[in-house]
Design a protein around this ligand. Structure first.
Ligand code: ZN
Length: 406
């Protein structure tokens, strides 16, 4: 997608093609960008920003202006102005206007020059309450029941950049307010939460998730959050911690709630361990919200109808669609929300896990018990005009139609 935002960064248009580092940061805040990329090429520099998850080109600078911006950035953050030959990353705090901004800068030498990536760590963007995530009323009820009893594992699954961490942080906020002893191990710690002890693991910190989790257990926490279950060792320690009565939150890579069980089995958990320890599995994606200033209804196409019907949904004649206006920078979308599948495991589910039931059988039983799939939740948000069908298709690309065809 290419949208011309040069008007939004006025300095880039002036006679000297002068764009200051601070002006770039405030433009990124105005545009709600999560990342800024400054990419060198033989002809100049391209600046791109990630807005609502999509990468858009915002401006181009000639060699001189681009080099000036790069040098200014290095001076601001204290990096040697000469050409560097090793990648480096650093974290900085800025006051831009009224807001405090944390940024993480990564500088990587490329053939054509130094590529710079800036991650904007604005806490307001990730600090949601569970009510603001986009979870349905029934789903939210499962969240609250778990928070009421607080036992076993609460797992959030999805693909990369599906908002899993935001959901965990929202739950951590609930726990922090209860004055409980909460420990997290994360790679990296992106947002600090008052009242919670956060431990950073990963390269350069001499700790991995498995060893971090082991030392965490000795600190006697009420609740624990592990950034990600991504290897058999971590899953093994997590399973043993949960079996011995600890409450644990984590994320895991899986395409839907039921396949999360398969992911756990592949990491070595037995059906018995899963049944004893797992309380709630959430699966989610992020979708862009339609711009309320310009969204319009359009007749559904045969292809769209077929896609929905394959997933057991009978669509109406018209669907909301994005057109684009000044308010949404011509993208048709503004901000994002989540689509969710929330599975609170019950006695029947535990019996199925103990008997080693496969994914197809588990889905069949869940569907009979009115379980809401990810696409079913998404459909409600399409019907209400919160998002578009094309956006949901993009976000759920990896889900097969027959996953929920019974
Ligand atoms: Zn619009």
């Amino acid at each position: 997608m290419e949208t011309d935002f040069s008007a939004t960064i006025p300095d880039a248009d002036d006679a000297e093609n002068r764009l200051s580092f601070r002006r770039l940061l405030s433009a990124a805040i105005e545009l709600r960008a999560s990342d800024v990329h400054i990419d060198p090429s033989t002809t100049g520099f391209t600046i791109r920003m990630r807005i609502d998850g999509m990468l858009v080109e915002t401006t181009r600078l000639d060699q001189k202006a681009g080099q000036r911006l790069t040098n200014q950035l290095k001076a601001e953050v204290g990096i040697d102005p000469g050409r560097n030959f090793t990648p480096r990353a650093s974290r900085h705090s800025y006051k831009i206007g009224d807001s405090e901004l944390d940024i993480r800068i990564t500088l990587v030498p490329c053939v054509s020059g130094e590529k710079i990536a800036i991650r904007m760590l604005d806490p307001d963007r990730v600090m949601h309450r569970i009510e603001d995530l986009g979870v349905s009323k029934d789903g939210l009820q499962h969240f609250r029941e778990w928070l009421g009893g607080l036992t076993g594992m609460f797992l959030v699954s999805g693909a990369t950049s599906s908002g899993k961490t935001t959901t965990l942080y929202a739950l951590l906020h609930e726990l922090a307010e209860r004055k409980q002893h909460v420990l997290t191990i994360e790679d990296p710690v992106e947002y600090e939460i008052d009242g919670i002890n956060q431990i950073q693991v990963g390269r350069g910190h001499g700790l991995d998730f498995a060893s971090g989790l082991k030392s965490m257990l000795r600190l006697d926490p009420d609740y624990m959050m592990v950034g990600e279950l991504r290897d058999p060792e971590t899953v093994d320690v997590a399973a043993r911690a949960a079996t011995s009565g600890h409450t644990l939150l984590s994320t895991i890579h899986a395409r839907d709630a039921v396949s999360t069980v398969t992911a756990l089995r592949n990491y070595g958990m037995t059906g018995n361990q899963i049944a004893v320890t797992v309380s709630v599995i959430v699966n989610q994606r992020l979708v862009r919200k339609l711009c309320t200033h310009c969204r319009e209804k359009e007749a559904i196409t045969d292809n769209e109808r077929a896609w929905l019907e394959e997933r057991g949904i009978r669509p109406h004649r018209d669907l909301w669609t994005a057109t684009g206006c000044k308010e949404c920078l011509n993208t048709g979308y503004s901000a994002r929300t989540g689509i969710f599948e929330v599975w609170r495991l019950n006695a029947t589910d535990y019996d199925m896990l103990l008997s080693g039931a496969d994914e197809r059988n588990i889905r069949r039983v869940l569907a009979q018990n009115h379980h809401e799939s990810l696409v079913a939740d998404a459909w409600k948000k399409i019907e209400s005009g919160t998002t578009s069908l094309s956006e949901v298709r993009r976000a759920t690309g990896a889900l097969r139609a027959d996953d929920w065809q019974l």
